[in-house]
Structures are given as C-alpha cells and as structure tokens.
Design a protein around this ligand. Sequence first.
Ligand code: MOS
Length: 703
Amino acid sequence: MSAALVGQPIARLDGPAKVTGSARYAAEFNQSGQAYAVVVGSTIGRGRITGIDADTVTGLPGVIAVISHLNAPRLDYGPHKGPIDPAVGERLHVLQDDQVHFYGQPVAVVVAEALDDAERAAAALHVSYSASEPVVDPNDPRARSIIPGSTARPGSRIQADKARGDADGAWASAPVKIDATYSIARDNHNPMEPHATVAVWNGGRLTLWSKTQFVVNEQAEIAAIFGIPLEHVQVICPFIGGAFGTSLRTWPHVTLAAIAARTVQRPVKLVLSRRQMFHTTGHRPRTVQRVALGATRDGKLTSVIHEGTGETSRYEQFVEALTSISSYLYSCPNVRTRYRLVPLDTGTPTYMRGPGEASGVFAIECAMDELAHALGMDPVELRRRTEPQIDEGEGRPFSSRSLIQCLDFGAERFGWARRNPKPRSMHDGRLLIGWGVASATYPAIQSPASARVRLLADGTAEVEAAASDMGPGTTTSMTQVAADALGLPLRKVRFSLGRSDFPRAPPHGGSQTMASVGSAIRAACIAAQDEAAGNGGRLPVEASASTARDPELARTFSMHAFGAVFVEVAVDPDLGIVRVRRAVGAYGVGRVVNPRLAASQCIGGMVGGVGMALMERTVLDLRDGRPVNAHMADYLVPVNLDIPAFEAHLVEEEDPHVNPLGAKGLGEIALTGVAPAIANAVFHATGKRLRELPIRIEDLLTE
Ligand code: MOS
C-alpha cells in the first residue's frame, strides 16, 4: 500500500465545480412543477394562536395552500428516534397545536406558484394571538437555573458537577488567586448557504434535497415523524455552503417542506430567509462562567473552580461541554466544575463550531492570563508550569498531547520573546499594541461509521459513505485516503457522499469525520482488495466495512487535540476600535491528511474566533424575544479587511492510539482559543480586562 497521497497538499477536487457554479446546493435542485413554500413565524414570544385568517390570502395570485395547525396532518412526534439526540425534552412539534414557545416559531406555511406570490401571501397572512410575557433574558429574576438532565445519562461526556480534591479550600488558602466572571453573547451561525429543502413525494416515498450535515439523521427523523419506513425517505446533499453546526439537527423547516409537498401533491421548495435563520435553526447559547484559580507563587495551580451556565429553551435542554476542559487542560490537584442551564422562552440552541469548548476555553484562558498577570509571570511560562503528565480528570495518559510544542512553535513564529509584558507598553504611533496568547483544545472523537468500495474492471474505484462536506474538503481528503489504501492514483478514485442510502456515517460535526469515515473508507478499501485477491483478481468486486473506536484504546487513553493561538491587536485609544493585526495558530492534531485543506480549515476557524471575540452578537428584544439584528447589516462577521495576516501551522504529531489513521480532526479546535487570545491581547494593549464577548467599542471607551 503506497502512502503517496495522504499528507499531500492536494487542491480541492471539487474546486472547479464550486467556482464554476456547477456544484449544486440544496436550493438549486429544482423540480418540474415545483411550488414554493414560505414559513410564517410567530410575532409573539409566548402564548397561543387564537385565529388564522387564511381566507384573506387564499384568493391572492398564485396561492395554492395555507397550512397551519388547523389543517396540517397530525404527525407522529414520539420520542426522538434518530441517531442524534442532543437534548432532553420534546422537540418542536411543528404545526401540531396552538402553542407558541418563542418568537419566530413557524405557525403557518404558505405554498404558491412562485416565490414572490408565496412571500406576498405569507406577509399578508393575519394570525391572532393571546400573548403572555416571555422570559428571554437569563438575568431576568423569573429565570431559574436547572441541573441538565442528560448529564446524568450513563457515558455522558458532559457532567453537571465534577470534583477532585478540595478546590474551595485550596482556593481560600492560595497565595495568589483570581476570581472572575465571563459572559458570551448569543451567536448565530450565519453560513453563506441558507437552510433549504426541496421535497418531492412519489406515492409513499419522499425525496429531500436538503441542506444537512447528517443525511441519515434527517432520513430517520422525517421517516419517524411521517410514520413511513426509513428506506422510503431519501436525503440528498452533495454540497454544503458552510454550516458550523446549524445543519446537524433536522429543524422544523424540513418537516414543513415535506408537509407542504404532501398537501399540494407537488414538489415544493422551501428556503429560509436570512432573518428566519435567526429563529428556528439554533444558535450558540449565551453563557456566563465564573472561574476562580489559585496558585503558588511559582505558578503551580492549586485550585480550579469553573462554574458555567448556558441558556436553553423551555421545551428542550441543550447541553454542551462548557466546563469539561477544566478537568484535563492543566495540572491541578483540586478542581471543581459545575454546569447549569437556564430555560428561556426562545428556540433551542445548538452546536456551533467548537460547541462548549470554545466558550469554556474563553473563560479558562482569560483566567489563566489574569493569573499570569497576578503572578508577574509570562503567560506561556505559566502554561509550561501547569502542563500535566496525564489527564488528571480521567487518570489516564493522553494518546498524544502537543500543547507545549504548539506554544513553543507559535511563540517562535510570532516573535513572542519581543513582548514587553507591561500593559500599555507597546505602541505603533498613537495606537496601543497588545499581544495575547491562549491554548486551544477539543476532544478527538471517533464514532461508528461505514463505507462501501467498488473496484471496477477499468481499474477505477468508487467509494461511498453517507458523510457530508460542509467545506473542510472532506470529498478531497477521503479520496486521498481511499487512493492510498487502494494503491491507485487520485484520478482513478471517485468518492461520493451526501446520500442517505450510502453506508452510514456519523454527523459531520465534532471534528470526527476524518477519524470516523476515513477509518471506515480505509477498512473498506482493504476489504475490497482482499476480496479481489481472493477471487483471483476478477473485477468488479464490492466490499463494505464498518469501523469504530477500539474500546480498549478508548479506556486506556484520553484523546484530545491541543493548540496555541498568538494574536496581535491594535487599539485606537480615542475611538476604542480593536483591529486584529496578525494571528498565529499552531495545532497538534495527529496526522494531517491534506495540509493545504487543513490550514485553510484552521484559518477559517480562526476567522470565526475573531467574529466571536469582536463582532458576533444576536440581540433579543426583551419584550418578545425577537432577534433585532437578524440580518447581515447588523449581525457583524469578519470580512477580508478584518483578517490581514493569519497563519495556521500543524505541528508534527504522531498518535499511534487515536485511530488507525492517526488523525484527530481539526475543525473545531481552530476556533477555540482565538477569542481569549484576542481578549488577552486587548488587556495587554490597554490594561483593561474585558470579560464579555463580543468586546465592543463602548467597552473600551467607558471606565
Ligand atoms: Mo460542528 S458545531 O460539530 O458542526
């Protein structure tokens, strides 16, 4: 087996299709006779629908149907049957009753001959409500925090409470200590591609061209709700224009497209507007975290206390790994973490790039910077002194850990040694310059996955898995893995993904696609070769394989990726404007299948981190929970001018334990660490410690 392709910086195989526009995204799968559906969202934050005046719009041009709870089919919303179950509770039962749980909840769907007909009718549809006062602010005295139920499930990676030693006692007696509270705004994913579904019924069979990071989950969810056999639902999604977690779940608009198509007996296209993408497709939950650190004067941690609370909806408990990092990131004998949820009258949050870890790392890494300052110690040196030998939370060795290598490599590339540690000491003309650093981390996940390989008589191979590619280059990197395993040149291998009738793959999230699907592809290629060898080489042959993490290795090792981020900011002292001037990220993520795509993926994550640190913030109207900046003019994301000089480096790391490919995954880790590095740089520039994201001009202008 040659190893010529894995490790090569191959350009995206689907790049030409993407830049020429021949790559088709969900909303582009037009069907003949297609009608258009537009969602009507609730204009109250909580209450009951008392009337839907469908008659006034059914006579409007082009209108075919107005579907609401008054006439929608009753669906089989039982317990969640799909393979992904991120939340405890009852997912939204769309159009099944008169209850309104949050602003923007779908209360009707209008179907028309043309998109503008449907939009006009949706805007004209009068819905009356009996409204009550929603609680949408976590600080509202009526909001109550709860212990997240799913954390009690056996095997849950996320625990409500975890402790070793006596963290509170050790903190009380620590010679040097800090205690600070950090908060992060609600962020929305805002990928370029909107959520979209084209639904076509053919008898009892349903085909969905739908934007999803998880085709087999969408298939399972829709089959369950409509009470039809799994194999009667086909979900197709060959390309994704960014998602960042917002397309992991099957949100109500997919169900609405299927309801609409069944009601009007025609293909139906449903595309969410940018505004609607702030309502029903999840968001990074607002969080508040308290971190208290105690240390000896020579920089050994004696106490870590990490208490975090995230928002959720009232009908579901969304949990993420907000406080999990604190048990393994640094060496400390006394650690106590606590995780709570505050249910509010909003839609359920969801995973957003680096879910949990990105928020948790912000708090811990800012706290480490505060501690370094209190100690009068260089923040890189503090991390050197707190480097653990093993995962002290799990009591097992790391399969590999390159945090110090990343810090060293990044510091060298960045020129960290030239930093004057004193805040407000570095200048460029009238601008204040700040240099900040933070660690990054994310678990190395591998889930069960399958793949199928056909070796054809013409010497080419076809490889299939129900994976997705939301942009990291999965299509390309999987082709590299398969070609190497088969000993074929790249052009002789065709890899296909994004169909629910392909062999099952886990969600395209959690940075696990290469570890999971890559392992399955490699195994299937080997099986196909064995098969061909066994029958004397007669082609074609077909073979499938399923892989999962070796349970023995999983019990033996703690598996995480680590990295370090260095950032330079320039702050205008009069205007409060913060500009990131340059950033260096260094990551230890095991084997890198394609360094070109990996660096691109890392820089993309770093850009997301800039957004989280300085720009992104969904603001809710407290009266009704309406996202008031639900459009790209007021929801700010970084643009090219915000990203002048970013470098992502992948340090050499050989991990013989994590999976047969030795690949840890790198999608999420690249976002974690960036926001605290920026906040720490802002402190270094200004002497002002800002503990709330995003950092805004007004924060820097007020005392
Ligand atoms: Mo990522 S938030 O797991 O799509």
